[in-house]
Write a new protein. Structure first.
Length: 191
């Protein structure tokens, strides 16, 4: 798989250090609070596994599978929930754990949805924040890295369901998705 990677942005050690720092901040901020970590599948599964273990609190973990669509420039959009939480969030402190924020549409809709269910608070912990003009405002209380506007894979992030198991985060060579774009079933991301 390494031959498909243009360059490694964050290696395993660097990711480990940053995730530990983020976890330490979360531990400090959520003392005496009933914290529910909500992982957005599939992309967050590696980050969530490491982040949860770096939080020294009795957290609960649940997962959602969501997708969103809408215009990149308008503030409205539609959230589709393919797998919902198995517990109610009313009165609970929810921390959404996401792999990457790009336009911000998915996270802004998801945070709004969880707030409307009566959560005591809804915050976001994101592994990567892309340095792009964001069409949908999302406040990321915790973010491990600010990254360039490139297509990234590894540490949970995929291209066409591949590369999630890379222990580092790298930039995918454009020829990989340009080649796949010729195939009728090519997909940008499996979330
Ligand atoms: P947004 O709604 O535009 O913020 O899209 C965020 C979602 O798009 C993420 O959860 C990923 O599934 C996907 N995504 C955006 N950028 C990348 C990338 O560079 N690599 C892999 N997936 C990405």
């Amino acid at each position: 798989m390494r031959q498909d990677i243009e360059s490694i942005l964050y290696d395993a050690e660097c990711i480990h250090d940053r995730v530990l720092q983020v976890g330490t901040r979360i531990t400090r901020d959520y003392q005496d609070k009933d914290l529910l970590l909500v992982g957005v599948l599939k992309g967050s599964f590696v980050f969530l596994a490491d982040l949860a273990r770096s939080i020294d609190l009795p957290v609960e973990v649940d997962f959602m599978v969501v997708s969103s669509y809408g215009s990149g420039t308008e503030s409205s959009g539609v959230l589709t929930i393919a797998k919902d939480l198995s517990v109610p969030v009313e009165g609970r402190h929810v921390l959404i754990v996401e792999d990457i924020v790009d336009s911000g549409l998915t996270l802004s809709l998801l945070a709004e949805d969880l707030r409307s269910r009566g959560a005591a608070s809804v915050q976001v912990a994101v592994l990567l924040e892309k340095d792009v003009p964001r069409s949908h405002q999302v406040e990321c209380a915790y973010s491990a890295f600010h990254c360039p506007d490139a297509f990234l894979v590894g540490y949970g992030l995929d291209y066409a369901e591949r590369y999630r198991n890379l222990p580092y985060i790298g930039i995918l060579k454009p020829e990989v998705y340009e080649d796949r774009a010729q195939c009728p079933d090519a997909r940008q991301s499996g979330r």
